[in-house]
Write a protein that binds this ligand. Sequence first.
Ligand SMILES: Nc1ncnc2c1ncn2[C@@H]1O[C@H](COP(=O)(O)OP(=O)(O)O)[C@@H](O)[C@H]1O
Ligand SMILES: [Mg+2]
Length: 280
Amino acid sequence: MSPSAAAPVLEVTGLCKRFGTLTAVDDVDFTLERGASLGIVGESGSGKTTTARILVGLERATAGEVRLDGELVGTSSRRQRVAQARRIQMIFQDPYQSFDPRLTVEEAIAEPLRLHFRLSAEARRRRVAELCDQVGLSERNARALPRQLSGGQRQRAAIARALGIEPAVLVLDEAVAALDVSIQAQVLTLLDQIRRDTDISYVFVSHDLGVVRAVTDTAVVMRLGRVVERGPTEDLLRSPQHPYTRLLLDSVPEPGWDPAAVARSNRALAAAADAPGDLA
Ligand SMILES: Nc1ncnc2c1ncn2[C@@H]1O[C@H](COP(=O)(O)OP(=O)(O)O)[C@@H](O)[C@H]1O
Ligand SMILES: [Mg+2]
């Protein structure tokens, strides 16, 4: 099937993942339209990372399917898997691990270009400079080693490296969680800008509703592996229907925040669901 502008870029149906007796992901459905940004929110342990890892083929689903441009992910031939890996890229909380410590930032960004495109050395050099420019890395940053950069700069480098492959979908798992709030805002603004300038789509995984509000149009709320609520992000945050979503919202520290009330509703919800709740 060839990608058509109208079809969703990503379709997830009945996704399940079991680890032994634990069901980490339980019958999850969602679709991602081209150029859209979908948030996956939920507290720690709700199955967000497992879902993200299945999307990019790092983990195999126990049941259900993921379609990228209409094609099944994870069950195809090696050649298809390579092609899919190029279409969907993942950014982690701290990309430090995925950078070779001996390569400069510009070398790291050039590497996938060498792998996926036939460019002259000069064209590749220009493309790396363009990507650095796009994410706001200076020439000095580009010549530095990963460990010489700040967390925010390293995340920009990871974004530049992923963008170089021109993916259709970028999956970001807690991508700004380790950054200071002001740096978070800069990286979120950058991501928003990139989405407006290209037709890239995001799956944005975060436990932080404020972050999700900044960069997504729609969101699903996960709890204990299940989607408990979904909808336009603004509506979800303005008038959450599910008690768990309300609880997540109440757990965001802000003026007037009442930790004792959060702990009380948390206990009530856990008792109601007859399931462990560790929100507080
Ligand atoms: N490789 C694994 N083996 C066993 N259990 C796992 C594995 N990965 C995740 N889990 C469990 O699956 C559940 C969901 O985890 P995860 O997807 O990381 O949630 P989140 O990203 O929302 O914090 C957790 O209970 C976690 O301990
Ligand atoms: Mg996680």
